[in-house]
Design a protein around this ligand. Structure first.
Ligand code: HEC
Ligand code: HEC
Ligand code: HEC
Ligand code: HEC
Length: 203
């Protein structure tokens, strides 16, 4: 049998050379360095995810939003705080997207918008809060419309609604015929479910 060209040790292909044990020990640092980078990467991704979980709790949000005693007491009166089924929606369930990227985007936005406004005390009294409620509510509505009320639908779904148990107003609006005829999303019909609606202005 004719010797293949790879049997000549001087003529090994790059692939064989790759798997050869390195002639000099320092070459071992190349794969070792790659491994260290992989582990460091995994740890920092872990801490990003950990930070995102920690900043999604009710306690974290209310640490600022109890301000002047408004957002939290309103929420406490709502069906999303306590209801017959005992399922609670916390702030982040409605205000922070569930998907990883959506979360990163919302947290980044909060860092550049909410933290500076908190430092400057933009909404730190009930009067100031009311003065900004409409602009904040409109911003939330716009985000929810843009996502087709994704955070609402992370708990509720038309498929899971027992329409026969709903009253005739709800049954009609949630029916597939109605949905096909309009392009309304949950937030178009259900505003002010947790917070007071902004005062009606004379426009
Ligand atoms: C560091 C204090 C602080 C924390 C913590 C905080 N917020 Fe805020 N938040 C603010 C301030 C201040 C504003 C007003 C921002 C503005 O409009 O300039 C605000 C605005 C908002 C708005 C209106 C946003 C808009 O689009 O106009 C929502 C919704 C909101 N916060 C939800 C949350 C949720 C949910 C959490 C927890 C995940 C949270 N906040 C944590 C201080 C905070
Ligand atoms: C964490 C899960 C969860 C999320 C997120 C959520 N809901 Fe709910 N929702 C519930 C539960 C639980 C109830 C109470 C059911 C009951 O009465 O037993 C409820 C009740 C309601 C009701 C009837 C009571 C009322 O307050 O009028 C409406 C309407 C409603 N949700 C709309 C929404 C909309 C709109 C959103 C998005 C802005 C949303 N929900 C987000 C779980 C959720
Ligand atoms: C076109 C308007 C419209 C849209 C869109 C809509 N709803 Fe409703 N919904 C209603 C009306 C009207 C009622 C009845 C309100 C009442 O009886 O006070 C209702 C009632 C409800 C109730 C209470 C049902 C009960 O019998 O207690 C829940 C929960 C609810 N909607 C959730 C949602 C969710 C979640 C979405 C989006 C997936 C949604 N709705 C989309 C109009 C709408
Ligand atoms: C069931 C969903 C839901 C939950 C839970 C919820 N919100 Fe909201 N939030 C909304 C919606 C919808 C709006 C838009 C205004 C409206 O329709 O009331 C809003 C508006 C806001 C605004 C703008 C000001 C205003 O009053 O409109 C702030 C600030 C806010 N939410 C903070 C919070 C904080 C903090 C919590 C937790 C204590 C929380 N929200 C819990 C759905 C929710």
């Amino acid at each position: 049998m004719a010797a293949g060209k790879n049997s000549d040790p001087e003529q090994k292909g790059w692939w064989q050379r790759f798997w050869q044990s390195p002639k000099t020990k320092y070459l071992l640092w190349i794969p070792a360095g790659g491994f260290v980078m992989l582990v460091t990467g995994a740890i920092s991704l872990g801490s990003v995810n950990y930070a995102m979980e920690e900043t999604n709790t009710l306690e974290f949000c209310t640490s600022c939003h109890e301000m002047g005693a408004f957002v939290y007491p309103e929420y406490e009166q709502s069906a999303h705080f306590s209801n017959q089924s005992g399922v609670r929606a916390v702030c982040s369930d409605c205000h922070v997207p569930k998907d990883w990227w959506g979360k990163v985007v919302r947290k980044t936005e909060a860092t550049f918008n909410e933290i500076p406004s908190w430092i400057t005390g933009k909404i730190d009294s009930p009067e100031k809060f009311e003065a900004h409620r409409r602009e904040m509510a409109e911003s939330v509505w716009a985000k929810m419309r843009a996502s087709n009320s994704a955070t609402c639908r992370s708990c509720h779904s038309y498929d899971a609604m027992a329409l026969s148990m709903q009253d005739r107003y709800a049954k009609r609006r949630h029916s597939s015929e109605y949905r096909e005829a309009t392009d309304k999303t949950c937030i178009d019909c259900h505003q002010g479910i947790v917070h007071k609606l902004p005062e009606v202005t004379a426009e």
